[in-house]
Design a protein around this ligand. Structure first.
Ligand SMILES: Nc1ncnc2c1ncn2[C@@H]1O[C@H](COP(=O)(O)OP(=O)(O)O)[C@@H](O)[C@H]1O
Ligand SMILES: [Mg+2]
Length: 335
């Protein structure tokens, strides 16, 4: 196979080392050593000369020492609401081209409220919400319940659970107090969407941007818990709790509405190469935008994005190669 890129490539990641004494979901956003090795192996099979580098404080020296010419970026960053922007910003400063979205997209999309406001400015349906700040519990506005509470700047289901659904103001105050204590930062209080749940994978750029058909997350025991939520716990033990249907069994107009909305948010934000967009239906069966993930999980056999690709007959190696190809073509580096 001919090489896609002749220089040296770094796969830059934050790796979960499973250090003892950490909260169960503290490293939730980080990639496992197996995922990192899986991606590196696929990139090598695509013909790239790949070195794995960890996204820590010594990354600038490592990049220089290894004479890296292209970065395949999966780094989630280390703390702060700009964490996903850390590696893209550093690479821009060093003048090293990289896959995926830039620092602006990474920062903005980690803030769920900003992203929802952005999406609704393009006429995309999204559930009503307000932001709650610590110390301002008295200022809860009149709401229609139930509502779900989630940290405004977390991902991977962190802080999101079926126990974070409130049916009245008193319950909401209790949930807010415990989430403020455990996670800090602002909390999004959002109307609970009782309908079916979907995710849409996006791959490519410009006129070549393509959307995988919506994949449904189907809960196995919808009656067991009152509120089905795709939480960190459910994601971890997904085989017990959910199965995935791709393409989802839904009317063509609903599928189109989601893929078009996903592409609009991707394009208007200026995302690059790949993303995954989550939706949930309201009581009328209309899909509402939840969030866009410009760094979707790529764990083989586990993450939603490769599963949706698989349903389009895009195996794991092929998916990783297509992501690298899309970014090298966008950067004008494709051999
Ligand atoms: N407004 C909502 N109504 C019902 N369920 C929700 C709502 N917002 C989030 N959820 C549930 O919580 C999960 C995680 O929320 P999401 O906004 O996608 O954050 P993240 O994936 O970054 O943790 C969703 O996949 C969904 O199951
Ligand atoms: Mg999500």
């Amino acid at each position: 196979m001919s090489a896609l890129f002749r220089g040296k490539t770094a796969l830059v990641a934050n790796i979960a080392h499973g250090l003892p004494g950490r909260a169960a979901d503290e490293e939730a956003e980080f990639d496992s050593p197996e995922t990192v090795e899986g991606i590196a192996a696929s990139l090598r099979r695509a013909g790239l000369d790949v070195t794995v580098l960890e996204a820590g404080p010594d990354l600038p020296e490592l990049l220089k020492k290894e004479k890296i010419g292209f970065v395949f970026n999966i780094a989630e960053g280390r703390g702060g609401r700009d964490r996903e922007a850390q590696v893209p910003a550093l690479l821009s400063l060093l003048g090293i081209p990289y896959s995926g979205s830039d620092a602006l997209v990474m920062s903005l999309t980690l803030d769920k409220a900003l992203t929802k406001r952005f999406a609704s400015s393009f006429g995309i349906r999204t559930a009503p919400f307000f932001l709650a700040s610590p110390g301002e519990e008295e200022r809860i506005p009149e709401l229609s319940y139930p509502v779900i509470v989630k940290p405004n700047a977390e991902g991977s289901g962190k802080g999101v659970s079926e126990h974070a659904v409130a049916e009245d103001r008193e319950e909401l105050s209790g949930i807010l107090a415990s989430l403020f204590r455990d996670y800090g930062g602002e909390m999004m209080v959002e109307a609970f969407l009782p309908g079916r749940e979907f995710t849409v994978g996006l791959l490519g750029n410009g006129k070549d941007l393509c959307a995988f058909p919506p994949m449904e997350i189907v809960y196995e025991h919808p009656t067991q818990g009152k509120y089905a939520v795709y939480s960190y716990r459910i994601k971890k033990e997904y085989e017990k709790h959910v199965h995935y249907a791709c393409p989802a069994d839904i009317p063509a107009d609903k599928a189109r509405e989601m893929t078009e909305a996903a592409k609009t948010v991707f394009r208007e934000l200026g995302c690059s190469d790949l993303a995954r967009v989550d939706f949930r239906m309201d009581g009328n069966g209309d899909p509402c935008f939840l969030e866009i993930n410009p760094l979707p999980g790529l764990a083989p056999g586990y993450s939603d994005f490769p599963m949706a690709a698989e349903a389009c007959c895009l195996g794991y190696d092929e998916l990783i190669r297509r992501i690298a190809e899309a970014s090298l073509a966008r950067l004008g580096l494709r051999h």
